[in-house]
Design a protein around this ligand. Structure first.
Ligand code: WT7
Length: 660
């Protein structure tokens, strides 16, 4: 494991500059959160979380709060509830059925829908009835592979309604990655679409499912939403159109309550090995965590806010802050199908203007892209409806933070930089608008009721001004309940580094005021444009190419994407290419990776090299390769079997320059 280091010199500069923004008077007056919240929550976190949990609709109220048998937590375990009822029925029953739940914006211009809470409930009820008619029962896992269309949310909430944990797989993943995930959770039913629109093109999804299912013989039902109208191949008896199965169903569905610890979903995420981990979440604690953080961090006022999380439902950000948190709080949302440049590089700003979006939540990579596209684009739209901005998924560099504040937030909107993970279920470290001062690039403080620390390699808290490893020192309601089917890996990955505390895999720094700065991963996990990828997974894909002998992959800092993938590849003797033939082979390897994992896993650079630097025990020296990839002066190479190898790679890098 590498020691955490500050990724960006600008961070250091800012740490010294200590620019801070105090909460504005306007926000202090009306914010959902108050300064007392911290004191109250931290004096008795369990009691505080229990109070928040009671805002949910329970069929059987809980009497137990936390049962902690480290590293296994149970929250509110004797209570029963239904997640879908919390997201839908209770709003309708309270007379808010006519309120718009979703303003959906498709990628093709003019393709839009407004769906009320009553309509959403009817759709989800039909889908729940349909799943039941297909034989899906509580506890069965259902895979969902969808574009950003309302049916994606409908499918998730229908699964939740009948107690069938969903496993949503991001639409960017390819057939092999899909198959791995479907097999790991033993899903028998898949919900997908013919395809989705991306950059004006009708990309295929069903075609990937068809390929994946060649490896998954136990899947016997595939429900297909018609989105693009493209041709699809059909397996009789297995494949059914969504509209033929779902539409004729009754639009009422009596939901059954499930125990708070009933599994709600599985979400696969990359770890340090080639095999992705099925992170699973349960119902009561997760809903409490997502709804509570959504209420305070985004200061939502369901009567007036138009909330927009510009993320894909296929990642945890979409699960927690498009589906479960916002829907539990009964807010009106915008959901957008396409890429930020579809129909012009000002697409987002047009959407904000048209719908009067008040809260925007997105990733730093998007912000950096908008910076590159130019200030004039947001400037030509009326963005004054915005009152709060959020950032998530990767460290935000102070430059991007300031641009976001000035050019999108009009110097008026607080920015909440929210640190969390698939595993944490919801936001863990963040400022609270109206309460916490903010600093460009800093996550600031743990959310009320969350206990975090920065520790050194021995687990001792570091003092102010020091860096170290981020740990969470008490169980929290939204925490993962395990890795699907692999208890040992769960203990090993998160709970073995330090006794009894959760190790997140991130480096952090505590500044002179004691505020937290999140610095990114310290393990072999990369973060590319806010997407989490494992070096081992990409290496595994590369060595699957017939010409390749060995591969070493590192995440190198990248101005635009945070980190970028750089791969060092050696070829099998018979495949050495004459200079000139290299470019074609490199392109082939890149496409191979896209096919095996996803286009998002394509390296920025692939360096063909005759050899890889290894220690005497044969371990590839990744840290050193990372230095090479980032053009840093090479450190100590004395443990290398052959220091000349590194020098040679360094020269190769220099002669190749940067691709793309
Ligand atoms: C990893 C988790 C959080 C939902 C989307 C990503 C990095 C996340 C921040 C932030 C610095 C951040 C961490 C974390 N990360 N948010 N605000 N500042 N780093 O979820 O795919 O599970 O990735 O993303 O390195 O460990 P994920």
């Amino acid at each position: 494991m590498t020691t955490p280091r500050v990724e960006n010199e600008a961070f250091e500069a800012l740490l010294h500059e200590q620019r801070r923004f105090s909460p504005s008077e306007a926000f202090v007056q009306q914010a959902n959160a108050t300064a007392e919240l911290y004191a109250e929550a931290n004096a008795d976190p369990e009691a505080w979380w229990a109070e928040e949990a009671r805002r949910l609709t329970w069929s059987t109220p809980f009497t137990k709060v936390l049962e902690w048998d480290a590293p296994f937590a149970r929250w509110f375990s004797d209570g029963t509830l239904n997640a879908s009822v919390n997201c839908l029925d209770r709003h309708v029953e309270d007379g808010r059925g006519e309120k718009v739940a979703l303003h959906w914006v498709g990628e093709p211009e003019g393709d839009r829908l407004a769906i009320t809470y009553s309509e959403m409930l009817a759709k989800v009820s039909k889908a729940a009835n349909a799943l039941t008619s297909l034989g899906v029962q509580a506890g069965d896992r259902v895979a969902i592979y969808m574009p950003m269309i309302p049916e994606a949310m409908v499918a998730m909430l229908a699964c939740a309604r009948i107690g069938a944990p969903h496993s949503v797989i991001f639409g960017g993943f390819s057939a092999e990655a899909l198959a791995d995930r479907i097999l790991d959770a033993d899903c028998r039913v898949v919900i997908t679409a013919d395809g989705g629109f991306r950059r004006g093109v009708a990309a295929g999804l069903k075609v990937q499912i068809d390929d994946a299912l060649k490896l998954c013989p136990d899947v016997d039902r595939v429900l297909v939403v018609r989105r693009t109208g493209q041709d699809v191949t059909w397996v009789e008896g297995r494949d059914r159109w969504w509209h033929e199965v779902v539409d004729p169903q009754p639009s009422v569905h009596e939901a059954q309550a499930f125990p708070a610890e009933h599994p709600l979903y599985i979400m696969y995420t990359s770890g340090t090995t080639a095999k992705p981990k099925g992170i699973f979440h349960t119902t009561g604690g997760y809903l409490t965590h997502t709804a509570t953080t959504h209420r305070y961090v985004f200061d939502v006022k369901p009567e007036t806010d138009i909330f927009w999380t510009a993320a894909d439902i296929g990642w945890v950000t979409g699960h927690s802050y498009i589906v479960y948190g916002p829907m539990t709080n009964g807010v009106t949302q915008v959901m957008y199908e396409g890429t930020p440049d579809a129909g012009g590089q000002d697409r987002w700003w047009r959407i904000i203007e048209e719908y009067g979006v008040t809260i925007l939540y997105c990733a730093p990579t998007a912000i950096r892209t908008f910076m590159k596209w130019g200030d004039h684009l947001p400037a030509s739209h009326d963005l004054t409806s915005l009152r709060l901005l959020g950032s998530v998924g990767e460290p935000i560099n102070p430059g991007a933070w300031m641009w976001y504040r000035t050019h999108i937030g009009g110097d008026r909107c607080p920015i909440v930089d929210t640190w969390w993970q698939t595993e944490t279920g919801g936001i863990m470290i963040t400022p609270l608008p109206g309460v916490t001062a903010t600093k460009p690039g800093a996550g600031m403080v743990p959310f009320p009721g969350i206990s975090a620390d920065v520790v050194d390699n021995d687990g001792a808290s570091v003092s102010n001004g020091q860096g170290g490893l981020l740990v969470i020192t008490r169980p929290w309601p939204g925490m993962l309940r395990g890795i699907w089917g692999d208890e040992e890996r769960y203990r090993e990955t998160y709970w073995s580094r330090f006794d009894g505390v959760y190790f997140a895999g991130d480096g952090a720094k505590r500044d002179e005021d004691g505020d937290l700065w999140l610095l990114g991963r310290v393990d072999d996990v990369m973060n590319v444009s806010g997407h989490r990828l494992s070096t081992a997974e990409v290496e595994h894909a590369i060595v699957g190419h017939p010409a390749v002998a060995e591969a070493a992959v590192v995440g190198a800092s990248d101005e635009m994407t945070g980190q970028a993938i750089v791969a060092f590849v050696t070829l099998k003797a018979a495949n050495q290419v004459a200079s000139g033939g290299e470019a074609a082979l490199i392109e082939e390897i890149r496409n191979h990776i896209a096919q095996v994992i996803s286009p998002i896993a394509k390296p920025r650079q692939i360096i063909l090299t005759p050899d890889l630097p290894k220690t005497r025990s044969g371990k590839i020296m990744r840290r050193l390769l990372r230095d090479v990839a980032e053009h840093r002066a090479l450190g100590d190479v004395t443990t290398l079997t052959d220091p000349a190898v590194v020098k040679m790679i360094d020269e190769l890098m220099a002669s190749h320059g940067e691709e793309e």
